[in-house]
Unconditional design. Structure first.
Length: 256
């Protein structure tokens, strides 16, 4: 396994990489779309729809992609005034998000292996600062979700990341969502790190493709259900089932 400590930055996706919130998102999308598609007389929602159309994408882009798969067109809606009850792209996203936040409010435990990797990276001396790399790689969150800070707060990890590039930041900066590389490139620039010296860690094919398109030095796929070969085909250099596989033992050998 490659040693992430040799890079200048490690850029983590959030849902499905640091926290099991992908499970909550998947359940919330299923609840909302099952009802909506049934009311429209469209082909029923399936679990594969999440991976094909929603996983890794921004909320609005995901809604539009799934609706397009059913030949359904809805108005976008106004992000400033839309409500969860209206049948617009924004409204459906808000409807799903209500259920997600309700479950999230009960708390969230991060993946133990992900915390172990963060602990190992944090233990290194001389962490870098923006524009001034040190011996320890900087760490950042790059997430399509607009709930990234709430999720990290619920998991007790919000203070572990000096930079959080989420859906809100992407909208404010006019950044294209994954699979475009914009959000990851923005994070690298913000940290003062060349993409070739940074690692992207992703569980979604769209996120893996984003890292590959951005020319990052290493793209790590985390198989939480997308499939090992699928992530490799999307552009991952390596695929692990848990980030604990990227930690090292006391002798410096790869953990197995």
């Amino acid at each position: 396994m490659p040693d992430l400590r040799t890079f200048d930055a490690v850029l983590f996706d959030l849902d499905g990489v640091i926290t099991p919130t992908a499970d909550l998102h998947r359940a919330a999308w299923a609840t909302m779309f099952t009802e909506f598609l049934q009311d429209r007389g469209a082909a029923p929602y399936t679990e594969q729809d999440y991976y094909d159309h929603l996983d890794g994408r921004s909320r609005d882009e995901g809604v539009q992609a799934l609706l397009a798969s059913r030949g359904i067109t809805l108005p976008l809606g106004d992000a400033a005034t839309a409500t969860p009850t209206e049948d617009t792209v924004v409204g459906l996203g808000l409807r799903k998000n209500e259920d997600f936040l309700r479950v999230l409010s009960q708390g969230m435990d991060p993946y133990p292996g992900s915390v172990a990797l963060l602990d190992e990276l944090d233990s290194l001396d001389d962490p870098g600062t923006a524009g001034k790399p040190g011996t320890a790689p900087q760490v950042a969150i790059v997430s399509s979700s607009k709930n990234a800070r709430q999720v990290l707060t619920a998991a007790g990890l919000v203070d572990r990341f000096g930079l959080i590039v989420d859906g809100t930041v992407a909208a404010a900066e006019g950044l294209l969502g994954k699979p475009a590389p914009d959000t990851y490139l923005f994070a690298a620039r913000s940290l003062g790190v060349d993409p070739s010296r940074a690692v992207v860690v992703e569980d979604a094919t769209s996120g893996v493709a984003s890292g590959r398109a951005g020319g990052f030095g290493l793209v790590v796929g985390v198989d939480r259900g997308a499939g090992h070969e699928t992530l490799l085909d999307a552009g991952a250099d390596i695929v692990v089932s848990d980030l604990a596989e990227l930690t090292t033992n006391e002798s410096g050998d790869d953990a197995r």
